[in-house]
Design a protein around this ligand. Structure first.
Ligand code: HEC
Length: 124
């Protein structure tokens, strides 16, 4: 990895830990669009305006992390998992959350957009 890239990644991770301000993480246009879709479709109410989490799990650090489900099994939060979690909120329930996620009417383009945002919010 180039030094510039390493410095950029370090800056990203520091910014992600330190604050949830809008300006803290510089998002690509695709990821920024995903964040806006999440904000305008109610996702932010539970997952945070910047993906920091709340009633629902954080999106920051979610991508490719291990998720423990209520049946005790572990799945990896890859893009298929994210797609399923958004289109069928009840299909795989993450352990440790009391609230239930409501269904939504996002189309595939909107889901791809949100997924791009989640990916950019980083791996654990
Ligand atoms: C009323 C609160 C609520 C809203 C609104 C909501 N969610 Fe969730 N979401 C949850 C909870 C609670 C979970 C964890 C339990 C589960 O697996 O369903 C979750 C899980 C998820 C997961 C899997 C996360 C993980 O840690 O594995 C994704 C992805 C997700 N939501 C995306 C969305 C998107 C996109 C929207 C907007 C269309 C949305 N959610 C709206 C509460 C919510």
């Amino acid at each position: 990895m180039s030094r510039v890239a390493a410095t950029f990644l370090l800056a990203l991770s520091l910014a992600g830990c330190a604050t949830t301000d809008d300006e803290a993480i510089t998002l690509s246009p695709a990821a920024g669009a995903g964040r806006d879709v999440a904000r305008s479709n109610g996702c932010a109410a539970c997952h945070g305006a910047n993906g920091q989490g709340g009633v629902g799990p954080a999106f920051v650090g979610l991508y490719r992390s291990d998720r423990e489900l209520i049946d005790g099994s572990i799945v990896v939060a890859d893009s298929d998992y994210l797609y399923e979690s958004i289109t069928q909120p009840g299909a795989k329930l993450v352990a440790g959350y009391r609230g239930r996620m409501p269904s939504n009417n996002l189309d595939d383009a909107q889901i791809a957009s949100i997924t791009a945002w989640i990916e950019e919010l980083g791996t654990p």
